[in-house]
Design a protein around this ligand. Sequence first.
Ligand code: SIN
Length: 517
Amino acid sequence: MTVARLARCKILPSHLPRMHLPSAHRQMSIAAGLKNSSIFRSQGLIGGKWIGAHDGKTIQVNNPATGEIIADVPFMGRRETNDAISSAYNAFNSWSKQTAAERSKCLRKWYDLIMSHKEELGQLITLEQGKPLKEALGEVSYGASFIEFFAEEAKRVYGDIIPATLADRRLFVLKQPVGVVGAITPWNFPLAMITRKVGPALACGCTVVVKPSELTPLTALAAAELALQAGIPPGVLNVVMGNAPDIGDALLASPQVRKITFTGSTAVGKKLMAGAAGTVKRISLELGGNAPCIVFDDADLDVAVKGALAAKFRNSGQTCVCANRIIVQEGIYEKFAEAFSKAVQNLQVGDGFSEGVVQGPLINEAAVQKVESYIQDAISKGAKVLLGGKRHSLGMTFYEPTVVTDVKSEMLLAREEVFGPVAPLLQFKTEEEAIRIANDTNSGLAAYIFTNNVQRTWRVLEALEYGLVGVNEGIISTEVAPFGGVKQSGLGREGSKYGIDEYLELKYVCLGDMNRK
Ligand code: SIN
């Protein structure tokens, strides 16, 4: 049996010779196997139909670990986006009128299908995004959890009765879906950032046009295929990709799109916010972070090292909640730097399909160049590279896991989101100074603190200007908790019981003349 035929099986058997093949061949066989799978799609989805760009233009999707081309997908723009908006608008009428229980059943089925295709979806994520397969499988479970959670929440969208101020009146509040949603999602979580938006939107009766990143559209298309298989009606979920500015402009310009939800850079978020003003759309933004990770003298060293490592190096440092500044108190600084560097040294870098790898490549050359320029800036201003600090010998976009000491607040490494495997260590003396350094940024997404002092924990977490705080823990995201930032890290919350409110309008109703018989 050929590798390609074996790979057609849903789960590649562990005895498959893929680990013995050279990396490029192995991945081509995985890609070949996936292309024959029932979930592989390489066209856009509009009104339940798989469609190419009107002019036939395509864009390549590459594997960042090898540079190989995995697929060509349509390079769509305004025209296709307007078609997708129309189909979402037409589908809204019937989808929003289904009972919550009916919508819930479709979502539950979608969740089941995602989980039963976990292996293939994980492989797709590793192929197009680069994160290690184990982490990619973790993303599939994380992404699916939003669909499961909102399948349940669909049935809990309650209104309110308000005690009336006049005897002949009855006052109440209805919650209704906002309408067509434009969801623009990033490449760092090709599945989870879609399900975190589409789950609550569909649960309460909205319909959606998704624009996944052109770097990672294949996971989005596979998830959309599973949505169709789950019985989610045509037009309820549409996917277009290609020319990002044109697609964004079409979503913003359309009066039929009532909400924009976006995860990505603060710069693009600001443009979307300004663009949404033209038609006064609802907007949720999950933007960049500059997460402080504060380690106090009284922290448990092992817990702090483990937590900071997880918070910094998840997805090779390419998450909005990755620790961006590790701020360590002077009494524990040397010990922490040594133990942390040892742990970082053990992180195995490589192709995400290889056994034991925990750090994949960066998404593209521009990402590596950004990391390099921040390191250069830090060195020129007096920082010292304790570990790493250069491109990895594997080539491509692999970068060595890096620890930089003597970092100061004015350096780019401390001011901007590095989005790479670089841990800058800063030093502080007092609790007040730590809080001042932590809050000295326009961002306010995630923050982490490591301490064993209960009173300090409360003081510091209350003083931190952030939407999420991890205490003695570096991985805090879950579907049951509200995810989102303050300041320029965004607006609104995703996940949890609060997440569905972003897709609902309140309608106040005053029923008068109650005394008439
Ligand atoms: C993100 O990086 O935007 C999302 C991270 C998460 O959900 O934990």
